[in-house]
Design a protein around this ligand. Structure first.
Ligand code: NAP
Length: 457
């Protein structure tokens, strides 16, 4: 696939980037592997953490420029792009200030003698990442990897090459040695070859199920560790004692965030029957009146989808949902004219035999379900092939906590939207993937947790 910057607001082609060759890949792996073998990876952690501190400062200093690059390249609102730039600096600082503690040896009480676990780097990692958070996804891998001493070769999505290049530039400017992070514009076949290479010890992948499955299969074949961060079909449960105004406001925000192209946003709205009509009426008004337009305009609340292909795919999905019996309550189609805009859309009457029931809609399309009880809400939430996240709205926190514990996902938010922070683990179960990124759990995914035991004398 060609690596191109195409502005999704206008569909103007801004730049095409040359692909890397097999010789470039060989050089990248050689450099990365030599770095892994060096004192830089295996020696004291502080020099690596200082790179992260400097990187965070560089990112802060270029916040506006970086935000504009992302907005022009993949279409997220400029305010969301600024938030993303802010959080990547926070992630870099978080690992800079906590990784030493996370990776310190931990003692084990054992009857066999003095025992402890040390955390060591494992070698070169591959990162394969999507476009929807074009910096955040990279930092989720880079910051823990460099702290642990694992060099990374990265394949970013082909529609965000500018973000990929500028991230690499920043890492280099922060003083990371050659090989710590190498961006590669490569094909799926080249990705598979990298996984097979003996110098590579792990693959971190975020994206769709198809791509995740291909990468996990190759990693399995060559016995490499992998983590998968896939899609989701998250519920947004509104109980009959919820603060409806807040639930509607957050529900609209969550469904339209990044034009609905976020893995952990509200996708299935599960409403208690006592508040369903009122919630739907208010939700519909808010969705129907949202300001759609140029994502660089501060007043815009819904920007374009990331590509013309994405609009085509979403249109087909909505059509298929309707052909299979869903009711179109609002919107439903692409907006004619320049750019990749799609109407805020609400589907009701989605039954279990409709393919839409199990699908992820990666765009501003909400599905509405009505339930009679908390048990029914949990049953519906768990009747999904995905298990990424979810949200519960109730003024009775104990009731909401009880639901949260029963929902089979990697995360549940109570009375808030799907928010992320460096210290909060991120990841899913079922077809949403496995492994965790961020937090202490994230940095432990790609380290050798080595036991050392001194026998009792
Ligand atoms: P995608 O098509 O799977 O692309 C993701 C990355 O995988 C891109 O770099 C892509 O490269 C690459 N890729 C695709 N097929 C591949 C293959 N066979 N071998 C190797 N690499 C391959 O995903 P997307 O549609 O861009 O992203 C949206 C999906 O990501 C959604 O399902 C969303 O929910 C999920 N997501 C999950 C998380 C999470 O943390 N759980 C976060 C964000 C997004 P090309 O661009 O060159 O095709």
């Amino acid at each position: 696939m060609a690596y191109q910057t195409i502005n999704p607001t206008t569909n103007e082609l801004l730049k095409t980037y040359a692909n890397h060759t097999d010789a470039d890949i060989e050089a990248a792996l050689d450099t990365a592997h030599k770095l892994y073998k060096s004192q830089w990876s295996k020696g004291p952690i502080q020099p690596r953490l200082q790179v992260l501190e400097r990187l965070a400062d560089l990112i802060d200093a270029r916040k506006e420029e970086l935000a504009r690059i992302a907005t022009v390249e993949m279409g997220k609102l400029i305010s969301d792009a600024r938030d993303e730039v802010w959080i990547i600096a926070e992630i870099a600082r978080y690992y800079a200030r906590n990784a030493e503690k996370f990776l310190a040896p931990s003692k084990i009480d054992s009857q066999l003698g003095e025992a402890w676990v040390e955390n060591h780097p494992i070698g070169v990692l591959l990162a394969v990442e999507p476009w929807n958070f074009p910096y955040y996804q990279l930092m989720r891998v880079f910051a823990p990897a460099i702290a642990a001493g694992n060099p990374v070769v990265a394949k970013h999505a082909s529609i965000v090459p500018h973000c990929a290049s500028v991230f690499e530039e920043l890492v280099n400017e922060a003083g990371a040695p050659k090989g710590a992070w190498k961006n590669l514009f490569i094909t799926s076949t080249q990705v598979a070859n990298i996984i097979a290479d003996e110098r590579v010890q792990g693959a971190a992948m975020t994206g769709s199920e198809g791509a995740g499955s291909a990468i996990a299969a190759q990693a399995g074949k060559y016995l490499k560790k992998s983590t998968l961060e896939m899609g989701g079909n998250d519920v947004f449960v509104v109980l009959d004692d919820a603060d409806l105004e807040k639930a509607v406001e957050i529900g609209v925000f969550s469904r339209l965030h990044i034009s609905g192209q976020e893995c952990i946003c509200a996708k299935r709205f599960v409403l208690h029957e006592n508040i369903a009509d009122e919630f739907l009426a208010r939700f519909t008004t808010a969705m129907a009146t949202v300001t759609i337009g140029d994502p660089l305009d501060e007043s815009t609340k819904l920007g374009p989808l990331s590509s013309a292909e994405a609009v085509k795919g979403l249109s087909k999905q909505v059509e298929r949902a309707l052909q299979n019996g869903a009711t179109l309550h609002l919107g439903g189609k692409a907006i004619a004219g320049k750019g990749n805009f799609f109407e805020p859309t609400i589907l009701t009457d989605v039954t279990r035999d409709n393919p839409a029931y199990f699908e992820e809609f990666f765009g501003p399309v909400a599905q509405i379900y009505v339930v009679k009880s908390d048990d029914e809400a949990v049953e519906l939430a768990n009747d999904s092939r995905y298990g990424l996240a979810g949200a519960v709205f109730s003024q009775n926190i104990e009731r909401a906590k009880s639901l949260a514990s029963r929902i089979e996902t990697g995360a549940v938010w109570i009375n808030t939207f799907a928010s992320t922070a460096p210290e909060l683990p991120f990841g899913g179960v079922k077809r949403s993937g496995y492994g965790r990124e961020l937090s202490e759990l994230g940095i432990k995914e790609f380290v050798n947790q080595k036991l050392v035991l001194v026998a009792k004398s």
